[in-house]
Design a protein around this ligand. Structure first.
Ligand SMILES: [Zn+2]
Length: 278
């Protein structure tokens, strides 16, 4: 498997996740490679884990760990006039394969963020975006994200987080932007956006991804089949001993023939390989 979403280092007051602990977690769960996402936006965690730290760690395990880069869109002049193209290009030249996890406390269509989307598109760097009530804010139905998908067709957006996954169902309420809504799914905005935009993908990591595909079990398996080319396995592993139930869920879905082997393989690693060109 390829895990599209992990972290390392000290992010909160708990024990930091050491690189060898991430590698052991991967070994235990049959994960061959993991994307390691730096955190450089102030809204998410108590500490930063910078792109430089991630690059250094991944360099020691190039066969297992794949670095992404990050830069807060308010750096420089906190203005759309600041161009991050050269910053991201330099990170790419140093080995970063994508951008994220982007967690800025801004509207998802903020002009400063648009400079980053534009640069990622030019540089063929995927971007992992976390949407909730504070970070990459949007309205019900994700109209602002849709505007970005249209405006930056060359940029591959990988959505994640409570608001993104709440939009699996059309009965989203504002309180769901930070929650884990339960119950039957009525086809929502994600269905429409995944069908319409070739540059949108979904990252199944964390409680939000797992909740979305398990809250209504019949629907979840059908959703995995229908969007088998658009979904990526991920855990959001960030602290030692963290539970990641999506690993078992996906493996069991395949073993019990609830999803096709081909579907499992695409979600578990083939889609990531294609997008990352590895
Ligand atoms: Zn994360």
């Amino acid at each position: 498997m390829i895990d599209i979403h992990t972290h390392i280092g000290k992010l909160g007051l708990g024990k930091p996740l050491k690189v060898n602990q991430l590698l052991k977690f991967m070994d235990r769960n049959g994960i061959e490679k993991s994307i390691v996402l730096p955190i450089e936006n102030p809204e998410e965690t108590l500490y930063y884990v910078t792109t430089d730290e991630v690059l250094k760690a991944c360099k020691r395990h190039p066969d297992r760990l794949i670095p992404f880069c990050n830069v807060d869109p308010r750096r420089g002049n906190s203005s759309p006039s600041t161009d991050f193209y050269r910053v991201i290009k330099e990170y790419k030249e140093r080995g970063c394969k994508g951008f994220g996890e982007e967690l800025a406390g801004l509207w998802v269509d903020d002009l400063r963020l648009q400079k980053i989307y534009e640069a990622c598109g030019r540089l063929k760097m995927l971007i992992v975006l976390h949407l909730d009530g504070l970070r990459n804010k949007d309205d019900i139905g994700l109209p602002r994200l849709e505007k970005m998908l249209k405006k930056f067709p060359r940029t591959i957006f990988i959505g994640h987080g409570p608001h993104f996954w709440a939009e699996i169902s059309s009965d989203v309420k504002k309180k769901d932007f930070t929650g884990y809504p339960k119950g039957k799914v009525k086809k929502g905005a994600l269905d429409r956006l995944f069908s319409k935009y070739s540059n949108l993908y979904g990252d199944l990591s964390a409680g939000s991804g797992y909740n979305a595909i398990t809250r209504d079990s019949g629907f979840g398996y059908r959703f995995l089949e229908e969007f088998q080319d658009k979904l990526l396995f991920g855990t959001d592993y960030l602290s030692p001993g963290q539970k990641c139930p999506q690993i078992k869920f996906l493996k069991e879905a395949e073993e019990r023939r609830l999803i096709k082997k081909k579907t499992f393989e695409k979600i578990a690693f083939k889609n990531a390989k294609r997008l990352l060109r590895i």
